[in-house]
Every structure is written in structure tokens, then in C-alpha cells.
Design a protein around this ligand. Structure first.
Ligand code: ZN
Length: 243
């Protein structure tokens, strides 16, 4: 009969206790909420947490679930008919009906994918409006864009990876119009060093918590006049690019 290796087992138990204790300390330190848990369903009203971006990106897999979630915003969204072909096929674009200030995208014709609209809604209510109020003392009346859908490869090249714009899974934000008539422009104000520049950097940083990709003028000259936001699918790990 083999004699059980008691010292080996005791060592393993001690390690297990140390790991369990470390996890407990980490848990108490971070105090995760439901927004941090990868298995809880996304809600529009919960604060932005560690798992929010992954949950928004995962909405791309389920059109009906995404539309149902958008409906909880109280906003009227019109799902658009599928359009485009092959790599540029869009099945899940939505348009916020005009006259609704909850997601004031301009031009009104812009129709991002349902997951993008969800991310933009959270960005707008939890990042853009609070930062505008705090830094600029006014509400944002309009988020000005260069549009969402564009059937092309990245950087408009003739070969290589397709852009997230090809499936309306991206949006280029060029500026913001405030309720008091002031206009914040990415091109003009990014490097200005004043409160407009601070506002732009804060909304960029906030977008980094929500979107798979957030690119700003800090990244390269191709982004000198807009913030590029997209929901590229980066798998289970869901790493994010934030520049
Ligand atoms: Zn873009």
C-alpha cells in the first residue's frame, strides 16, 4: 500500500488557503458590482464597469436582444431594413427617430448598428452629458458625426482588413454642439489646452471604457478631426484599443 504524501497535501492546502485569502482581499478591495460581472445581463442604467464593454460588443451576436435592450431606454428606434452585400452587409442598423434628445446624433440620417447605438447611448448619458455639464456648464445638444456606415477597408485601402464602418459597427465623432450654441470641434480644440480640450479628452477616455476601439488625434494624423469609436469583435478576452 502506498503511504499518502501528507506533507505534499498539506503544502497544497496552505497554497489553496493563501490563494483564497488573496481573492477575498481583492474582492473586498474592488467591491465589484453587477456591472463588473461578465455573466449579468447588460442594463442601460447601471454604472460603467469592468465588463460593460465586453457586454456591449457581445450584443452583436443577438439582434433581438439588442433591440429589446435599446427599447428599455424609452427611445423610439427604427430598425432599418438589411442592406449592403458580403463584407458590407448590415442586418442590425437602427436610427433614433428625430426630435428625441436622448441620443442626438447629427446628421439625423446616421444609422449605426444596434450595439453601437447602445454604446453611444451609455456614453452620452454617463460620460458626455455629465462631463459637458461639469467642464463646460452646458448640455450637449448634438453629437456631430462624419457618419457610421461606409463600405470600405481600413484607411480606405484597396486590400487588407475591412473597416468596422463597413458594417455600421463604428462611428466617427467630429464635434459637439452645446445647448448654449458653443461648438466643440475635435480638429480645432483637441490641442487647445483649454476647457474644450479637457472635455474632449475626458469623453475620449470615457469612450475607451465602452468601445473596443477608441482613436483620437493623439493616435495619428488620420484621426486629427474625429474620434473613431467601434465595436470590433476581439473574442472572449475583449482587449480594447485606446489611443
Ligand atoms: Zn472611423
Amino acid at each position: 500500500m502506498r503511504i499518502p504524501n501528507i506533507i505534499g497535501w498539506a503544502r497544497r492546502l496552505v497554497w489553496l488557503a493563501i490563494v483564497a485569502f488573496a481573492l477575498l482581499v481583492a474582492f473586498a478591495w474592488v467591491k465589484p458590482g453587477r456591472e463588473d460581472m461578465p455573466w449579468t445581463p447588460l442594463s442601460l442604467s447601471e454604472p460603467i464597469g469592468m465588463s460593460t464593454a465586453r457586454k456591449i460588443a457581445a450584443l452583436g451576436d443577438d439582434r433581438d436582444q439588442c433591440l429589446a435592450l435599446l427599447a428599455t431606454s424609452g427611445l423610439e428606434f427604427t430598425p432599418s431594413e438589411p442592406f449592403g452585400a458580403d463584407q458590407c452587409r448590415v442586418e442590425n442598423a437602427v436610427r433614433a427617430q428625430s426630435g428625441q434628445p436622448l441620443l442626438p446624433l447629427a446628421p439625423a440620417s446616421v444609422a449605426p448598428s444596434c450595439p453601437m447605438a447602445t454604446g453611444l447611448l451609455i456614453w452620452q448619458t454617463q460620460v458626455v452629458q455629465p462631463e459637458a455639464q461639469e467642464i463646460l456648464g452646458a448640455k450637449v445638444r448634438q453629437i456631430e458625426t462624419f457618419g457610421s456606415y461606409s463600405c470600405r477597408r481600413m484607411y480606405g485601402r484597396s486590400e487588407g482588413a475591412w473597416s468596422e464602418h463597413a458594417t455600421a459597427n463604428a462611428l466617427d465623432v467630429s464635434g459637439f454642439l452645446l445647448a448654449d450654441g458653443r461648438r466643440i470641434s475635435v480638429l480645432r480644440d483637441w490641442f487647445g489646452g483649454d476647457e474644450k480640450a479637457l472635455f474632449l479628452k475626458r469623453v475620449r477616455d470615457g469612450a475607451c471604457e465602452l468601445f473596443s476601439t477608441t482613436l483620437s488625434p493623439d493616435y495619428n494624423a488620420a484621426h486629427a478631426d474625429h474620434l473613431h469609436l467601434d465595436l470590433a469583435d476581439r473574442g472572449a478576452m475583449g482587449w480594447r484599443a485606446c489611443r
